[in-house]
Design a protein around this ligand. Structure first.
Ligand SMILES: [Zn+2]
Length: 163
């Protein structure tokens, strides 16, 4: 069965669950049928819960779901990740992760960079550029938090630039 078919089955199960729960509710309110009603409500509730959990898993495994999880992970990791780190965090199959990253690369959302034999996937939109205060004359660097206009060591005008 393909994903679309599985989704249809899950939705059908959910509707069946709702139907059983409704019938159960009617029985519960009818005199003398409370036990039947409770049983039907229980079965209906279980079906709804099962179908909902299947639908949630399917949404997470869908192409858009995988891309969303990777983007969320990269947001917390300064806009970069490796397939291995992504697999560790999301518990998704590496092939699914690679496929999603390939799609994001084609859209220009992600860039591949090799560092010491490791493939890093960079999300430029999520990367925070760290700024530093730097003196162009002597090369000294100072934290941006420090309120300096001129360099304490040589008196040159300090520039703020990306690290
Ligand atoms: Zn200086």
């Amino acid at each position: 069965m393909n994903q679309g078919c599985l989704k249809a089955v899950a939705i059908a199960l959910m509707l069946l669950g709702v139907l059983l729960a409704l019938v159960g509710l009617v029985f519960l309110l009818a005199p003398g049928r409370a036990v039947k009603g409770i049983i039907l409500l229980g079965i209906g509730g279980a079906l709804i819960g099962f179908a909902a959990s299947r639908l949630r898993v399917m949404a997470q495994l869908s192409p858009a779901g995988v891309e969303q999880q990777l983007t969320a992970m990269a947001t917390g990791a300064n806009g970069e990740l490796t397939v291995t780190s992504a697999a560790g965090v999301t518990h998704l199959d590496e092939a699914l992760i690679r496929a999603a990253l390939d799609r994001l690369m084609q859209q220009g959302m992600v860039k591949l960079e090799h560092r010491e034999g490791v493939e890093y996937y960079l999300f430029p939109g999520l990367h925070e550029t760290k700024m530093v205060k730097k003196c162009p004359y002597c090369g000294n660097e100072y934290p941006v938090s420090q309120h300096l206009r001129t360099c304490p060591s040589c008196g040159g005008n300090i520039e703020v630039r990306p690290e």
